[in-house]
Write a protein that binds this ligand. Sequence first.
Ligand code: SAH
Length: 291
Amino acid sequence: MSDKPRTFPLPLSSVVDKGAKKTPLFAPVATPQTATQNAARHVPPQHGYPGPRPVAVPSKSHSYAMERAQPVVAPAPRQNPLVSDAVRRAMVQRVARQGVKDTVVLGALEAVPRHMFMEEALASQAYIDASLPIGHQQTISQPYIVARMIEVMRNGGQLKRVLEIGTGCGYQAAVLARVAQEVYSIERIKPLHELAKNNLRPLRVPNLRLHYGDGMLGLPQAAPFDGIILAAAGLEVPQALLEQLAMGGRLVAPVGARAQRLELITRIGKKEWTSETLEDCHFVPLRPGTA
Ligand code: SAH
């Protein structure tokens, strides 16, 4: 369902606080590059993450006879068929069938190894189209909605600076880093902020900065943003985030309590924004403060 865009002036209320503590994770933000260059730069050597696990080799204490009986030939590391490139491609094809058309977004989805963002016990479910638990009562978002939100925010254009509220395990941030030049992501739960850092480290994403703090305050020191994505649903979009949108910038957010809708808000003037309701969705709640 899709309402007609409506224009409304928004009250300037909240005082922006320097809430989110900056914790640079990776090297300084890379020199601006095009999304295509970004995509090329981050393509891992091969998509069969994780890399080969160490193979147990019989220790020196083994007798010669035993070594003869069991030649020391390490078996080739086998890729879990449930987390293979083919399975990820199939996931992307499903997302495309569900209506996501932006090939840049679909390409990013295909490149990011989602199973690396979840516990090993759940990794074999990584490429089904579902949100899954990541601890602390939070979830990794469903691939379809990740792609859909980025597609709506991107609107076929180049994204320079993007902000995500709700890093969680870091999956969507990694996908965003393939379509935007600079990505900032804020998480309010410290252990999840740490989890995202650990998940992202092996992927080496130089154009992504993770922050621990209350995302409802945004990140005034890095604003304005061409795009803002909220990965958690509030009853309304925080004023501070609207203020941090660049002119013409687009914010995509789930809004509501039990019944939630995806909203697209576009800044069209200093004190003017338009809003469009896109589709039903289901996200964890947006909460104030840090934990
Ligand atoms: N982007 C994640 C989704 C994580 S779920 C993914 O790729 O799958 C949403 C996250 O939003 C949770 O980790 C939750 O802790 C976080 N969150 C909720 N309110 C927040 C706030 N005010 N600031 C920052 N993060 C918030």
